[in-house]
Design a protein around this ligand. Structure first.
Ligand code: ZN
Ligand code: MN
Length: 141
């Protein structure tokens, strides 16, 4: 989905977006780095110096609650945010913090867990941790 569709979807639900909030959404949709709230704050601040970290968090929470973005919780590290809400998987580098996407049939795990537990599974959260190829090269020097 692009920003225009998401903004329309939110408007239909009675949620109005300020230009600051739009900038947060647009940045998140345009990047594949899976930024932290701080990263987004630094970026949006360039164009909107008055924006607060609180506005960033509010906006991210609201987009998440409406299912337009994903939050990847990473243990005791800062959450990372993803403009692609379709279930997919992530690997995170312990050294540089890079997060990459990978497609995987593990999405079927929802069904498996539902069968085993009789839960209705809404979502799940899975991040694989390791060392990325660039950091592996640096470690060899
Ligand atoms: Zn790395
Ligand atoms: Mn992703």
């Amino acid at each position: 989905m692009d920003a225009v569709e998401i903004l329309k979807g939110l408007k239909d639900k009675g949620v109005r977006f300020t230009p600051q909030r739009q900038a947060i959404l647009e940045f998140l949709l345009a990047t594949d780095i899976h930024p932290t709230a701080e990263d987004i704050y630094k970026q949006v601040k360039v164009k909107f110096p008055g924006v607060s970290l609180g506005t960033i968090y509010n906006t991210l929470n609201m987009l998440k609650e409406h299912g337009f973005i994903l939050e990847l919780t990473c243990g005791d590290m800062s959450s990372r945010f993803d403009g692609n809400p379709v279930n997919h998987y992530h690997a995170m580098c312990n050294r540089c913090g890079k997060v990459v996407d990978f497609p995987c049939d593990l999405v079927e795990m929802d069904k498996y867990v539902a069968e085993k537990t009789n839960f209705i599974i809404n979502t799940h959260n899975l991040v694989f941790y390791g060392i990325c190829p660039e950091c592996q090269k640096e470690q060899q020097h």
